[in-house]
Design a binder for this molecule. Structure first.
Ligand SMILES: NC(=O)c1ccc[n+]([C@@H]2O[C@H](COP(=O)([O-])OP(=O)(O)OC[C@H]3O[C@@H](n4cnc5c(N)ncnc54)[C@H](OP(=O)(O)O)[C@@H]3O)[C@@H](O)[C@H]2O)c1
Length: 334
């Protein structure tokens, strides 16, 4: 019997734990062109907060009572598809569950012969692709640019910051707490780190970026965006990847207070989702896989064991207890 996490109601703000229900339901028999998967890893993402908001967005909200949407990787254990054999590994929206029956069109095959499968949820998955296209296609860091990345020791931020550094930029990471800040300078080799929980971010930016900021990769929005925006250089670029400080209440999300700086300094501010880039995934995968193989890119993972950890895992993203790509290892659940 498979085990699932289901959404019971749409929250107003962040969901209480009662919004998640665990179930043990049999899977349906396989139809034509369907495969059965044993799901070993699932990804826990800030974007889930948007998927459980009952409003039109870039994806429809999760239906009430349905298995919660999540990226996963799994192995094919039964197949009625010519595209997949037993033992193939796949990734896609597999849901928060230990097993699934899915259409063969819903998944993509991954080559796990020389890589751990969960890597396709972190550096070699959507997280890595988001960092790559956001930083390299929209941000376009140039040599000697001053680049700032927020939530910089997180899953997307950590990779985006490393890519900017490899492009020859001077990179400043913003993160919460001394451990994450030490990771940014000591492990990722960033030029400076700012602990936004320890003091005034604006003053810290004045010290770390005395000549202003050319490119900001924004993961958090809110007050940190305001502080960076105030220090953007003429013709600077702001990549709006996310706005996690505002996810507790989408209807009350605040925009930048000093947005006239976009006008007065001819700034470019652009958001994106991976929907814009799915056709270019092979390009990102090539760069990220090469960086992984030669050790020039680090993909930090934060792993929790078992499906039961999900309600706590979800909350960790918003109180900063995760450090790296947050993943659930379901191998002990089978
Ligand atoms: N556009 C896209 O297609 C796309 C795709 C994936 C992710 N994203 C966005 O990218 C951002 C990062 O996602 P991720 O998966 O890489 O997660 P993550 O950074 O691994 O985890 C979230 C981190 O955000 C920080 N945070 C939480 N609340 C905060 C607040 N109020 N103020 C400042 N920082 C806060 C915490 O780190 P600290 O300890 O440093 O506070 C936390 O660890 C999110 O905004 C997400 O929505 C966008």
């Amino acid at each position: 019997m498979a085990r699932q996490v289901r959404l019971t109601d749409y929250p107003d703000g962040q969901p209480a734990r009662s919004f998640w229900a665990f179930s043990n339901d049999d899977l349906p028999p396989l139809g034509d062109n369907e495969i059965k998967l044993r799901i070993d890893w699932v990804s826990v993402d800030p974007g889930m907060s948007g998927w459980i908001t009952n409003k039109p967005s870039y994806m429809p909200p999760v239906k009430l009572g349905a298995v919660m949407r999540a990226f996963g990787v799994g192995e094919v254990v039964e197949s009625r598809s010519e595209r997949f054999q037993l033992g193939d590994w796949v990734t896609g929206f597999l849901g928060l569950q230990t097993e699934a029956v899915v259409s063969h069109k819903a998944v993509r095959k991954i080559d796990t012969t020389s890589k751990p499968p969960q890597l396709f949820l972190s550096g070699l998955g959507m997280t890595g692709y988001t960092a790559y296209f956001g930083m390299m296609d929209i941000g376009c860091p140039q040599e000697n640019d001053t680049v700032v990345v927020s939530a910089a020791s997180g899953a997307v931020g950590g990779i985006a910051a490393q890519l900017a550094k490899q492009a020859g930029a001077r990179v400043i990471g913003i993160a919460g707490g001394p451990v994450k800040c030490a990771y940014l300078t000591d492990e990722l080799g960033l030029d400076a780190a700012i602990d936004y929980k320890a003091g005034n971010v604006g003053e810290a930016l004045n010290a770390a970026a005395p000549s202003g900021i050319d490119l900001y990769f924004d993961n958090v929005g809110g007050e940190i965006l305001d502080a960076v925006l105030d220090r953007m250089n003429y013709r600077g670029r702001i990549v709006v990847c996310g706005s996690i400080s505002q996810y507790a209440d989408f209807s009350a999300a605040r925009g930048p207070a000093n947005y006239m700086r976009v006008v007065t300094h001819s700034l470019k501010m652009q958001g994106f989702t991976m929907r814009n880039y799915m056709h270019r995934v092979p390009e990102a995968l090539e760069v990220l896989a090469k960086g992984y193989a030669d050790g020039s890119l680090k993909f930090r993972e934060h792993i929790l064991e078992g499906l039961e950890t999900f309600p706590d895992a979800y909350e960790m993203l918003f109180d900063g207890r995760n450090h790296g790509k947050l993943l659930m290892d379901l191998r002990g659940d089978h």
